[in-house]
Design a protein around this ligand. Structure first.
Ligand code: PXL
Length: 268
């Protein structure tokens, strides 16, 4: 069984980051270990939140992982929240990678043309540096624009995505998957390739929901680590997210009820 370390915040309420990564990775049959970077009362799309930074504790965690000879077959990084954590992440890769370990990074700092609250260009620059280390990156269109100093466009076409791909290739040698590409009434993931990139089209649902990026990265990672191709891992992740959106009760404002989709996969 693959052992994966996921490094992101623990939002006590909010169906995002660790509270989705843990159950989803486990249910897909990979061993999920965590490096919580902060504890928040709830995610930052609520009106207010508390924030306990756990960065000072991380050296102690590393010390004991080292003593206990712990290593990981893969790393999945999501919302980190602080530029300082990029160096911590690099140290983590250096010290705790099993042979052939894969690094999967969803840069998580913005959407709809804007940075999330609390993020700035210094964070983007630090993330850009960290992405050099990645085997796979999963930016959305907004994040791809910020990472490449490209002006965000509300309306774009395939050529715009190809330009983003070309610029992202200057940042990382890893595989590039641009998520949530929306044009011509369709939504897709764009997978960068040696020649022409590949487009994975799927159903465009009329609602945007919080936390779906974290669900996508978790399902994608679990499938990829289980030996599926980039393409099939993307298809599995996109289908899973679409199911979650469809099954979420109207009025459930802060996330999607992915639990219903996980549960339906378990024979009772
Ligand atoms: O889903 C990304 C995410 C994760 N964690 C926290 C967030 C967000 C997005 O806003 O606020 C704390």
């Amino acid at each position: 069984m693959k052992r994966i370390l996921t490094m992101q915040d623990l939002s006590c309420v909010g169906q995002c980051s660790l509270t989705v990564a843990l159950p989803i990775l486990s249910a897909h049959g990979v061993e999920a270990c965590v490096l919580p970077t902060a504890v928040l009362s709830n995610h930052t799309m609520f009106k207010s939140w508390s924030y306990l930074d756990l960065t000072p504790e991380i050296p102690n965690v590393f010390e004991h992982w080292k003593k206990n000879g712990i290593t990981f077959d893969a790393f999945l990084l999501g919302y980190l929240g602080k530029a300082e954590l990029m160096d911590v992440a690099e140290k983590c890769f250096d010290e705790f990678s099993a042979e052939g370990a894969k690094i999967i990074i969803d840069p998580v700092f913005g959407d709809n043309g804007k940075l999330y609250g609390g993020f700035d260009l210094e964070y983007v620059a630090a993330m850009k540096k960290l992405l050099r280390r990645a085997d796979i990156i999963l930016p959305n269109v907004t994040e791809a624009c910020f990472l490449t100093d490209t002006e965000y466009r509300e309306n774009y076409d395939g050529n715009f995505i190809i330009t983003l791909e070309r610029e992202l290739k200057k940042i990382t040698d890893g595989n590039i998957i641009i998520t949530g590409v929306e044009f011509g009434g369709e939504i897709s993931e764009f997978i960068s390739g040696n020649q022409r990139g590949e487009i994975i089209r799927h159903e465009l649902l009329p609602v945007k929901k919080h936390g779906t990026g974290d669900i996508f990265s978790s399902v994608f990672t679990a499938n990829f680590l289980s030996g599926k191709s980039l393409r099939n891992s993307c298809v599995a992740a996109a289908n899973f997210v679409a199911e979650c959106i469809k099954k979420t009760n109207e009025g459930h404002f802060y996330g999607v009820q992915f639990e219903k989709v996980l549960k339906s996969g378990i024979k009772q």
